[in-house]
Design a protein around this ligand. Structure first.
Ligand code: SF4
Length: 412
């Protein structure tokens, strides 16, 4: 008997069914590691210790590994290391060469091809770094690089020059110098901890760092950028959440790109962070064959809201060396944005940005909704393509008229 939701001709399922399937939460399962004790599997240190880090391990766990992937994995440790947690590895569909999870973490030989416009530091971070490990690009905030290690390595990483130390960048952050710079600059009110992944630090080390930053009177706001909730949800322990909640206001930006990354394990981990009062945002990188499809992106964004995460940014993939095979066009990005605004909850719609090459900072890009604008009116279109006029207000009108002289009433 034909399943209720399958298509009659046995081909692609109808679009609506595909969309609902993308939004389904499921567990990553145990896969190859079905014999491992629960206590080990759920221990983040066990997950880190058992990461897949060599071409030979990949071949063993993924018999469908292609020659292109094998060659990429062989060369990876000269550019950006190969590492995948067993948990995240289980999300890969071995039958699909173009599996969106596989494309993000399994190296390909194409990474060794560098186009002339690609760079090793596309956001110009090194040129805005007053002390090692600190980037002061914007007036009131800094990026504080904590470590060069991650739980797994994304093949499009904008910081691959330093992350994993495969190219000999020799990253040695000196917290004392980074903190001294922040303390000496009262204009800095916001510190973003990133890396590498700050949640790879032990609870004690992270607590010590957050305490020192919180002790600086002009620091209003702390942020952590982390892909740990999606690569290693086991790290989001109740103890970690209890420690983090001491440092409010503390925001956390996660990084996930495809709805399949949002498993029941990830949803539970994010729930623990949200219960600790930590506002959660998500950063997505627009990637070819991963999420450059409006349905996939919309399902992902709606699923994030179900995990109590506000979609924050969609990044056009930076011009990092060897990433051409993963980059999709800005035209595609704009077409996806067009299918989001008005078509789904406003909370689900992130800002689409291009990090201006060479260090220009984030520039928002958006479909054109203002058709014309002069002194009298603005002509706009809505998400359905309908045109509207809005009368322009005069900016010259004073806020309030000067008070009239009040006449004393005559007493009778
Ligand atoms: S987790 Fe972040 S820093 Fe680490 S490899 Fe991925 S994008 Fe780069």
């Amino acid at each position: 008997m034909q399943a209720e939701n399958s298509s009659k001709d046995g081909g692609e399922p109808p679009a609506g069914n595909r969309f609902q399937a993308l939004k389904k939460f499921s567990s990553a399962g145990r896969g190859y590691w079905h014999d491992v004790a629960d206590a080990d599997w759920n221990d983040w240190r066990w997950q880190l210790k058992h990461r897949i880090t060599t071409a030979e391990q990949l071949q063993k766990f993924l018999p469908t590994l292609t020659p292109e992937e094998y060659a990429g994995a062989k060369l990876a440790n000269h550019k950006l290391a190969l590492a995948i947690t067993p948990y995240f590895f289980n999300l890969i569909d071995p039958a699909d060469e173009n599996c969106p999870i596989r494309l993000q973490v399994i190296p390909k030989l194409a990474e060794t091809h560098t186009a002339s416009w690609e760079m090793s530091d596309p956001c110009g971070e090194d040129s805005h770094s007053p002390v090692p490990g600190l980037v002061h690009r914007y007036p009131d905030r800094v990026l504080f690089l904590v470590t060069d290690r991650c739980a797994a390595y994304c093949r499009y990483c904008t910081r691959s020059r330093l992350v994993s130390n495969a190219t000999g960048y020799d990253f040695h952050p000196e917290f004392d110098k980074q903190i001294a710079y922040i303390a000496a600059h009262p204009e800095i009110r916001d510190v973003l901890l990133s890396g590498g992944d700050p949640l790879l630090l032990s609870d004690d080390k992270l607590e010590n760092l957050l305490s020192r930053l919180r002790a600086i009177p002009h620091i209003e706001f702390l942020r952590i950028g982390s892909r740990i909730p999606t690569f290693l949800p086991q790290r989001i322990t109740p103890e970690l959440c209890a420690m983090l909640k001491k440092f409010h206001p503390l925001f956390l930006s996660i990084h996930s790109n495809h709805p399949r990354e949002l498993t029941t394990e990830v949803r539970d981990a994010l729930g623990r962070l949200a219960d600790a009062g930590i506002p959660l945002g998500n950063q997505t990188v627009l990637l070819k064959h991963v999420n450059d499809d409006a349905d996939v992106m919309k399902a992902h964004l709606q699923k994030l809201l179900m995990c109590r995460v506000k979609p924050y940014y969609i990044y056009q993939c930076d011009l990092i060396s060897g990433s051409a095979h993963l980059r999709t066009s800005v035209r595609t990005g704009l077409a996806i944005m067009e299918k989001l605004r008005g078509h789904t909850t406003g909370y689900a719609v992130p800002t689409y940005v291009i990090d201006a090459p060479g260090g220009g900072g984030k520039v928002p890009v958006s479909p054109e909704y203002v058709l014309s604008h002069n002194a009298d009116r603005v002509v706009i279109r809505n998400f359905e393509g309908k045109i509207f006029e809005y009368p322009e207000a005069s900016d010259g009108t004073p806020l309030s008229k000067p008070p009239k002289k009040i006449e004393e009433p005559e007493l009778v």
